[in-house]
Write a protein that binds this ligand. Structure first.
Ligand SMILES: [Zn+2]
Ligand SMILES: [Zn+2]
Length: 183
């Protein structure tokens, strides 16, 4: 039973990575599905760079989704496993929120995190039709929207706080190989 619950947790977490891709690619970026409440917030996130939807909206959406998922999950998999799957899903969602915010606000920690951040900023500044995954590039590979980050040209007015030296206004040496500031 413990093994089953752990597997259900992992499956739930994996399920979130797919939802993250679906919500971002189709609700956020497909003109056929606009307008919708997620796109309204997401367009602002792209336009202003440092804008994130208010927490009360995110918490509300998370509670609503948890409630909606819990009963079907328990009906299918029983109590411990069904609950484990939903907790896995919601935990990965929280991880996504933290990771996405930190990508914008803090320098990345470790090689993989810096690489993932490049994946996301390619989406922001090079091609919004590519790289919809935030916690993983997996679904971009699966659906053919993966693009290598390459050189990312960041408009100066949308630049992230960690990118440039406050004194000189130039891209920090550590990021100069991957990011360029443009007007
Ligand atoms: Zn972003
Ligand atoms: Zn986007």
């Amino acid at each position: 039973m413990i093994l089953e619950t752990v597997l259900a947790f992992l499956l739930g977490a994996f399920g979130w990575t797919f939802m993250e891709y679906v919500i971002h690619r189709w609700l956020g970026h497909d003109p056929r599905l606009r307008p919708n409440p997620f796109a309204a917030e997401h367009v602002r996130h792209h336009g202003e760079g440092n804008y994130f939807a208010p927490n009360w909206k995110k918490v509300g959406a998370a509670i609503g989704t948890t409630a909606a998922l819990l009963w079907p999950a328990v009906a299918v998999a029983g109590w411990p496993a069904g609950l484990g799957a939903v907790i896995g899903f919601v935990s990965m969602y929280l991880g996504y929120e933290i990771l996405h915010r930190r990508e914008h606000t803090h320098p990345g920690v470790g090689r993989y995190m810096r690489w993932l951040r490049g994946h996301h900023f390619h989406h922001h500044f090079t091609n919004p039709r590519a790289n919809h995954g935030v916690t993983t590039p997996l679904w971009d590979w699966v659906f053919g929207t993966y693009a290598p980050a390459g050189m990312i040209r960041v408009p100066a007015k949308l630049q992230m706080d960690w990118l440039a030296d406050v004194e000189t206004g130039l891209v920090q040496a550590a990021y100069a190989g991957q990011y360029e500031l443009v007007d």
